[in-house]
Write a protein that binds this ligand. Sequence first.
Ligand SMILES: Nc1nc2c(ncn2[C@@H]2O[C@H](COP(=O)(O)OP(=O)(O)OP(=O)(O)O)[C@@H](O)[C@H]2O)c(=O)[nH]1
Ligand SMILES: [Mg+2]
Length: 390
Amino acid sequence: MFLSRQPACASFLLGSVLQQQVLQCKNFSRSCAVWGNQRQLRKKKELSEKKLTRYFVDQRRISVLGGKGGKGASCFHSEPRKEFGGPDGGDGGNGGHVILKADARIKSLSLVQPVYQGMDGVPGGSKNCFGCNGENLYIKVPLGTLVKEDGMVVADLSQPKDEYIAALGGNGGKGNRFFLSNENRAPVTATMGENGQKRTLQLELKTMAHVGMVGFPNAGKSSLLRTISNAKPAVAPYPFTTLNPHVGIIQYQDFEQLAVADIPGIIRGAHQNRGLGFAFLRHIERCRFLMYVLDLSVSEPWTQLQDLKYELEQYEEGLSRRPCLIVGNKIDLPQSRVNLPLLRERVEEKIIAMSALTGHNVEELILCIRELYDKCLDSDISTLQKPLKW
Ligand SMILES: Nc1nc2c(ncn2[C@@H]2O[C@H](COP(=O)(O)OP(=O)(O)OP(=O)(O)O)[C@@H](O)[C@H]2O)c(=O)[nH]1
Ligand SMILES: [Mg+2]
């Protein structure tokens, strides 16, 4: 109706405007579809190494206080026409314990607070009502947490769901019913609940992994971990990129999972606090076997191996004698191909030459890791050691 009343040119103009609008809409919807196809799922933002340093905490001092016991009640039974009802004050509930519990999902001690107090027990009531016990307070800690008191190790939480009672809750007080005896038919005594145990403990995390990677800075440890596992540590062409330990998991076809730990680079003299020092070696102390990562492109890579073994030995006697694999990385570089035969002449152990950048020989490395793991597993079973499960 509206169009019919317009002059012919006006209707033509209106038609062309409508057509344009329709075209624009089509283009818009088409571009939306294209954008939708190209759009990727938003990835979880990776934390920078500097931020991670704030989040990754491997030592904590905590004060723990067990819950106080509830006090006992002092009262007498009261009922019409019952003159001597007798004492009926119930006991107070026990205070809750503070318990450290190993949890495989927790990766650092950053969420552990400095002070914990257990729940107090509920006081006893009349009519022989006993107070409830205070609930236990659980502090979740990562696997591999050592608990120390005055420098002495008091617990080692190395298996999932391992628990350690850090502070015992106090016993509940007794109600006056408890003191009823033939000598005293109407006791008024009721006791207070005991205070909970108070302790100061040091928690120390020693990362648990099957394989510990050791190498000089820039050797390509983080690149290697990225290639063989799902971990995404930062990689950059300057030394000391990695400031925190990272753990990646290698998945095998038979569903076996092996954890590999990448720790910050170690240099000659690390035991004298050079570079980042060697406190990070704490994180490979518990690894079943080691993987030395050498940069084949530097001159005399065999000296790197000697230095690494020396530093490990300085940290803990016998650490350098652990079962190990030697990886020669950066084989894609021309200098590496010159150095490899020289290294093989000087080192007795097998050297796996590979490139974390191009992925050359990665399969062989993954198989060698599995082979060594199976060997260690057999020896663990024969010595009745519990293998680490991820
Ligand atoms: N050509 C070549 N470059 C590599 C290879 N692997 C690592 N790189 C490079 O070496 C540099 C250092 O690599 P990273 O993986 O950060 O070395 P890193 O051992 O973790 O170093 P830190 O964290 O400092 O101890 C980066 O620029 C990598 O791209 C490789 O196989 N071939
Ligand atoms: Mg690194």
